[in-house]
Design a protein around this ligand. Sequence first.
Ligand code: FAD
Length: 587
Amino acid sequence: MQSTAKFDQEVDVLVVGSGAGAMTAAVAAKAEGAANVLVVEKSDVYGGTSAMSGGGIWIPNSHYARAEGVNDSAEEALTYLKAVIGDEVSEERLKAYVDKAPEMLEYMANNSKVKFETVPYSDYYPEKPGGKEGHRTHQPAPMNAGKLGKEFDLLREQPSQVKVMGKFTMTMKEGRAFLTQAKGWMFTLFLMVLRYYADIPGRLKGSRSRRLTMGNALSGQLRWSMLERNIDLWLKSPMTELIEENGVVVGAIVDHDGSPVRIKAKRGVIIGAGGFEHNQVMREQYLPQPTSSEWSGSQENNTGDGILASEKVGADKALMEHAWWAPSVRIPGWERPFIIFAERSLPGLVIVNKAGKRFANEAAPYLESGLAFYTANTPEAPTVPSHVVFDATFRHKFPFGPIVPGYTMPDGRLSKRIWKVLKKADTIEELAGLIDVDASALAETVSKNNDYAKTGVDLDFHRGESYYDRYYGDANNTPNPCIAPIAKPPFYAIPIHPGDIGTKGGVCTDVNGSALREDGSVISGLYVIGNTAASVMGSKYPGAGSTIGPAMTFGYLAAKHMTSGDRVSDGLKQAASKQSSSTVEPA
Ligand code: FAD
């Protein structure tokens, strides 16, 4: 940690990282009167994993939901969070989220280009007290990339898994219709393709769709808001260290244009630099084993920098053993794995361990499903990796991760790389041999699945019982939309790992996003948000958008706090009295 010395640059607010939480904080700080706000980003593109994501945010009782006549309340939302998260997180923080998240959403709707709409996506535990079967998750309204001008080229691209055929951008609602082949999906697809090719200027420029959706729409809208408010963004500029004086964070050192720049931040520093999912050393130190950053769907810059820098100035950490787990399928030679968010709910597959047995409800919410790989892992029946087993009917009809449905891409046209991990056989016993699992156990597992497909009741793991399980099931498959026979040869198997979409553990913070020491005192001048902070959701995942919703909310609250009288009375005055010796030389 650095102390008193001259600064090269001075800003009001320094924001580290350009994920959705960080850009929300920057826009809100400027809107609240900060004279100048600087965002520094390690990568050569902006948006972070937020830009690659579905862009969904879980915000109960929003003004959007109220306008649609949705019946929800802060009390019900708090009841639900307490039922799911228990006492892992203080009621004060849960209440802050429930009360302030809708306020943030309305604030952004009124003060920025950020626009959302609700989605009928179920809470992940709708049967728990206060749970709802939809309209707490919101998706960003699609955006025309033309609004970003040249900045469009610097917006981090979405992975192909959140595009149709790796090319056509889609909203969350459209994605569900395609996956489950809901009524009218072909017409929606036709319009999507038509719109893509009708964008002649866009096609002349390249193949990237200018209809921004999901995380690209959110990051695009945030960047557009920054441009409108003249907020500077430095790319290729990692923050390397915080500058502390007498217990107050007064700035940071940022590598910029090949040199370290000492930046004074008069009102404070907000760190939204993601988690540590791409720091293999930290993964091995904190997460359950075995673990690999290769199974993470997040982008490679999230290496725990913000957590490590905060720790050096005395910040306490929590939840370091937890991640936003999500099973993933890795194809050798492909940049990142496919996160299997929804396909596990489709009927006609099982996930089996090395002993050839199921170990969890395949259709469970992805955090629970990913975590099960660790809780069920034993030396006798290892689960890492496990295998997804399906038959010709499933293969023909549905996508699974990198494998598009057979009716659009028959086996012969699948990439050779996929065939390095995808196995195919005429019998279940032969398939078991190819993936080295116990043949009779696998045959028994498949036979049980086929019995459950008839009765609709999964006696072992209750697949399809929850409304959530069925959300991505096939409504035309009866009696259980999540279970169908695995009976028609050839049979297929592909390895699956306990992947993640980011880590959950990080710096302890209060209701304003201020970093805390072990004794609970505030580190004045330092705010930590997104996956750099220990999650307000504890180790759980209450609903789609539980990572970006809090990142944006605590980004907004941090910006409000640092630009308000509260911060002036507690932090800045303290800093001002202790900082009189530092010199400032604007660059
Ligand atoms: P990021 O968005 O990753 O931003 C961190 C930024 O900080 C990065 O740009 C990084 O380059 C930068 N950075 C790192 N170190 C430094 C440094 N030293 N100096 C400067 N900059 C630095 N979550 C949801 O809530 N809803 C969804 O719909 C959803 N869908 C997803 C879909 C996919 C395919 C994936 C992979 C994830 C999804 N997630 C979703 C998870 C979500 O994207 C992440 O949890 C979230 O974006 C993390 O936000 P963040 O701000 O902490 O990090």
